[in-house]
Design a protein around this ligand. Structure first.
Ligand code: M6R
Length: 623
């Protein structure tokens, strides 16, 4: 996820060092967000300097020479590539044709292609492959058409669809930084002699703890002594001179004093990255959904004519693959199988040019998954990477790539990347179902609408289930073992729940298909043995009851993750996480949440650091 910093000083050297140096320090405080390129722009009344490069801040500092530049107003950016590979040209800031307007951006502008075409038609020249570059050209265009600088910025912001946090300097107004936010975070920091704008509070915590959090659909500007915030109340998607309607916001009651330590600030006030990343799932899902349409469109025909689809992945990515294989089969009637990456070699003799292999990997660097892809390619299969890291080895070595846009994940235990993978595969299955006409229009629309609403459901589920996860953690932390049982899509969710508990709380946890539990695993169950049942809907709910009864008869402690509308079944369990009922097919990324939270709080109760589980690495590059 990109990092933004913007600073306007009341007078030169207000912060006692060159502004370039201050910006470098602020960007270093945002390094935890992950990035591949860095850049800054500094403006004073008669000059504008722009410096940018691929690479990490410390590596490229010699070339960029942050400390040598000063100014009254500046923006800085760390880029985590989404549109266009990591490169000097694609690094931010990006500019208009006249190089007088500079923009830094975090997020994804969904309608950039149509805006770019229109701007090119009007004579604008683009240099980068990014979605962001439309913004400075739009502002330039509206100024050319007669708008003043601030109105041109507001008009440009009102045309954007997607997710964005924007910081903009127009050299015609060198004492201001314009901003706009939709979904991507943006905060303002205030002190007497300077005003800051950033993606996150740690950026400026060394200078001020007085903050205002910008809300969605707000636009405005900061100057050295002033903040103006307006709410965009109407948008028009036409490139014309109709100004957007905005209302002035009285933000005085929103100014907060933060007492976090710098370390806490990097984690957004959360004690661990794992908890922060669990809470970031609504945004991870929304960003992933916002960019899938184009990438998925390219693969529909290819998948549809394949004999079969093999989905490979390791660990959590295998669990997402498992969800994907069920959905491809159930919704789109595509023959699909999930295979653990390291086991793929036992199937590869049958792989040929009639197969499609989808390789799922958060990092895009897992060697087992890469080896599976290399072998599948050698045998003529079409390979598609599903990864969170642009230009990763997996993306480079596969024929095609679909990206999840969860932002960088720091915690070793995968959480938000799992939901993003599941959502991407669900979207793929629904698109295939539409392409192959395998679902009724009503069913298709119902599922599409539910998928679109997932970020909201996920958000409310985190709030609703966190207190119970926290209280149940003390009971689970006293246990040595646990079973996680489910049927259908409830099985991969259970497998992922068990993996989370094992990884961060070091409690032995196994997952089985619920119907399989009586064929052996039940031998271990005695008084107080915890058994989790993940029930996504009424089909698996009815079937699972006999499995619950079998466990209870042996004294098991039964815990359900179950929809609220299956209330007749709730009484079978000692404890239950009551979930919002959503269609079974879109439930996995919602129903994993209580499991993630419970694993997290159990680890914390036992005194472990969930961000750095023993013996595990975030990226596994050995076979
Ligand atoms: O980067 P990948 O998604 O390819 O990683 C695969 C597994 O190593 C990973 O999911 C691992 O199981 C995590 N620690 C799960 O939390």
């Amino acid at each position: 996820m990109c990092g933004i910093i913007g600073i306007v000083l009341r007078y030169q050297r207000a912060l006692s060092k060159p502004l370039g140096s201050v910006i470098k320090g602020c960007l270093k405080n945002l390094e935890y967000r992950g990035y591949d390129s860095v850049g800054f722009a500094l403006a004073s009344s008669n000059s504008l300097v722009i410096r940018k490069s691929k690479g990490k801040i410390d590596e490229v500092d010699v070339k960029l020479a942050f400390d040598d530049f000063d100014g009254i107003c500046g923006v800085g950016h760390t880029r985590w590539a989404t549109h266009g590979k990591p490169s000097d040209i694609n690094a931010h800031p990006l500019t208009d044709c006249s190089k007088r307007i500079v923009v830094v951006h975090n997020g994804i502008i969904e309608n950039y292609l149509e805006l770019k075409e229109e701007l090119i038609r009007r004579g604008h020249r683009f240099e980068s492959e990014t979605d962001t570059e439309v913004v400075p050209h739009l502002i330039e265009e509206f100024k050319k058409l007669g708008m003043n600088s601030y109105d041109a910025f507001k008009k440009a912001a009102s045309l954007l669809r997607g997710t964005y946090a924007l910081a903009v300097i127009d050299t015609d107004e060198p004492g201001r930084i314009y901003f706009a936010r939709n979904t991507s975070p943006l905060v303002i920091g205030i002190r007497d002699d300077a005003t800051f704008l950033a993606s996150d509070i740690p950026a400026f915590i060394d200078y001020t703890r007085k903050v205002i959090v910008i809300q969605d659909d707000e636009v405005g500007y900061i100057s050295g002594s002033d903040v103006r915030i307006e709410k965009l109340v109407s948008k028009s998607y036409e490139v014309d001179l109709t100004p957007p309607i905005c209302e002035l916001v009285d933000y005085s009651s929103r100014i907060r004093h933060i007492d976090w330590t710098p370390e806490m600030a990097k984690k957004g006030g959360y004690p661990h990255f794992m908890l922060k990343e669990i809470h970031e799932q609504p945004q991870a899902i929304a960003s992933t959904l916002s960019s899938l349409a184009n990438e998925v469109k390219d693969v529909l025909k290819l998948i549809s004519k394949a004999d079969r689809v093999l989905i490979v992945g390791a660990g959590t990515s295998y669990h997402a693959s498992f969800v994907g294989s069920i959905l491809l089969s159930e919704l789109a009637e595509v023959k699909s199988h999930a295979i653990i990456s390291s086991e793929m070699k036992w199937y590869s003799r049958s792989v040929d040019e009639c197969d499609v292999v989808i390789a799922v990997s958060q990092s895009g660097e897992t060697i087992d998954t890469l080896l599976a892809v290399r072998e599948a390619r050698r045998r003529g299969a079409l390979t598609i990477a599903l990864t969170n890291v642009i230009d990763s080895t997996l993306a480079r070595e596969s024929h095609l790539t679909i990206y999840t846009r969860a932002g960088p994940e720091v915690g070793v235990a995968a959480t938000k990347t799992f939901s993003a993978q599941v959502v991407a595969l669900t979207y793929l299955a629904l698109s295939l179902a539409e392409y192959r006409s395998t679902l009724s229009t009503n069913k298709l629309n119902e599922l599409k609408n539910s998928l679109r609403s997932l970020p909201d459901y996920v958000s409310s589920t985190i709030s609703a289930t966190e207190p119970r996860a926290r209280s149940l953690a003390s009971l689970i932390s006293s246990k040595q073992n646990a079973y996680y049982l489910g049927r259908g899509l409830g099985l991969p969710v259970s497998m992922e729940g068990a993996l989370k508990l094992k990884e961060v709380a070091y409690i032995h946890a196994e997952s089985y298909p619920a119907g399989e539990s009586k064929h052996g695993p039940i031998a271990l169950v005695d008084e107080g043995f915890p058994v989790f049942f993940t029930i996504l809907g009424s089909n698996d709910g009815e079937l699972i009851i006999s499995n619950v009864e079998e466990m209870k008869a042996r004294g098991a402690l039964t815990i359900a993750v179950i929809p609220s509308n299956l209330d007749r079944i709730h009484k079978y369990f000692n404890y239950a996480f009551i979930m919002h009922p959503v269609p079974y097919e879109v439930a996995p990324s919602l129903y994993i949440i209580p499991h993630q939270l419970l694993a997290y709080y159990t680890a914390v109760t036992l005194g472990y650091d969930p961000d750095k589980p023993r013996n595990l690495a975030k990226t596994v590059t050995v076979v």
